[in-house]
Design a protein around this ligand. Structure first.
Ligand code: ATP
Ligand code: MG
Length: 179
């Protein structure tokens, strides 16, 4: 799976619409302290379905919405669109998929996949099938290195399962058990 484009509006410090194309290969995000580098990675995790406000450095989920500055009023919603390229079948074909998450003050989060309203679980399944997601071990935030080193064996096993791409099977099993 490859992320091709990220569009943000009203997410944390990205009050104005930002449109980032991500080229194949290694991408580096550089800039002075406080310019929004970590916010960008949080936007990725948030769009993939992150449900922990704390891991997004907030007290509540609405803290991802632009809170306003001395010169600019707060926004009422935050929206992030992520364009990915993935190989849903084993036949070598690739297709583009757009995932959108939006949060409005007082109204909670909504998700869309290619323009269709979907459940958070559908987004989780999409990323689980691609062996990635908001908790992918590939996304290591500032300060998380020590957590990986200090992880208990069971936690480390979960990380290895994610990396091996079998964590999606657990999500599918839970989904099946609930039906
Ligand atoms: P460092 O190099 O220090 O790690 P960084 O580039 O990772 O910095 P971030 O942590 O991404 O910077 O951005 C921090 C900035 O985002 C702060 O100025 C903070 O005020 C701003 N910010 C965070 N949440 C919001 C919000 N909801 N509304 C407005 N601004 C926000
Ligand atoms: Mg940072």
């Amino acid at each position: 799976m490859q992320i091709k484009r990220l569009r943000l509006s009203g997410f944390k410090s990205f009050v104005d619409a930002a449109d980032l194309r991500i080229e194949p290969g290694l991408t580096g995000i550089v800039g002075p302290n406080g310019c929004g580098k970590s916010n960008l990675l949080e936007a990725l995790r948030w769009t993939m379905g992150e449900t922990s406000a704390r891991s997004l450095r907030g007290a509540g989920m609405e803290d991802v919405i632009f809170a306003g500055t001395a010169t600019r009023p707060a926004r009422e919603f935050a929206e992030v669109s992520m364009l990915i390229e993935r190989a849903p079948a084993d036949d070598g074909s690739v297709e583009e998929t757009e995932i959108v998450r939006r949060i409005e003050r007082g109204a909670g989060s909504a998700y869309r996949i290619d323009g269709r309203d979907v459940r958070a679980k559908d987004v989780a399944l999409l990323f689980a099938d691609a062996a990635t997601g908001a908790h992918s071990p590939a996304l290591v935030s500032q300060g998380r290195i020590s957590a990986v080193i200090a992880a208990k064996p069971a936690e480390r096993r979960a990380m290895l399962e994610e990396a091996a791409g079998i964590a999606g099977l657990h999500v599918r099993r839970k989904d099946a058990e609930q039906k």
